[in-house]
Design a protein around this ligand. Sequence first.
Ligand code: F6P
Ligand code: MG
Length: 280
Amino acid sequence: MLDSIFSSIKKAAIEVNSLLGKCNFTYLNSTNSTGDKQLQIDVLSNNIFKDVLLELDSVKGICSEEENEIIYKKDCRSGFYIVAFDPLDGSSIVDSNFSVGSIFGIYNNELSAKNLIASGYVLYGVRLEIVIAQSDVNHYVYDGVEWRFIGNLVLNQKGNLNAPGGTQKSWLTNHKILIESLFLEGYRLRYSGGMVPDLHNILVKGGGLFSYPSTNDAPNGKLRALFEVFPFAFIFEKAYGEAIDGKNRLLDLEIDSLHQSLPCFFGSKYEIERVKLAYK
Ligand code: F6P
Ligand code: MG
């Protein structure tokens, strides 16, 4: 049953990819629930994912970064999964022609991290790729005709990339020291401003740290739990890495609202140990 959800997401990804090649990146007069200005491509991508997913018998509802509420199917007795997605992550860098993505999490019956049973992301980059995590993290590329399996993504114990998000002037002192100490150890800066390419880079290169911490002005960070943080936490754990909020495992956390954000750290074992020491 999950396979039909993955097939629909792959179908939507091909459509969004082709739209990205044609569309003007014009802003609409609207904002989403978090107050971000919406591009026309945000709304179009949202509709593409929404339509293909709500057609499926196994899906009882969807929720999206671009929708205020959960949308349940009229006859929601038929399905049991709720798919949460960010239809176009990184839309603030799309006009620079940087890579962007779509992120999704499949929740069994209820939108809670413990009910997440699969997740993944689409990467609209030099080529179109999708990564799907269930028991393993499977990586596929679209060759123009079909999706070809490339391999599993597995993290080493330690990497050498550092992707530090958030406004530096608002970082807490322990965070500043952590990030600086990794650079002093030889870690290299890799940060495009797109969560999907930045985390994909760490997964493909076998390790490193991506952080979007709690700051003075944003105690809950910026990245949204259901659409961004939990799906990537699931992927990193299945790739033998870890994902925490500084102290706690992200997938153990409960949230209070649909669009809640959480501070987050994703990495291989070594870097996450360093985070725990810095935040204890
Ligand atoms: O969805 C939010 C997002 O665009 C992520 O893709 C990205 O990791 C983050 O914001 C970048 O935020 P900032 O511009 O504050 O570094
Ligand atoms: Mg996003």
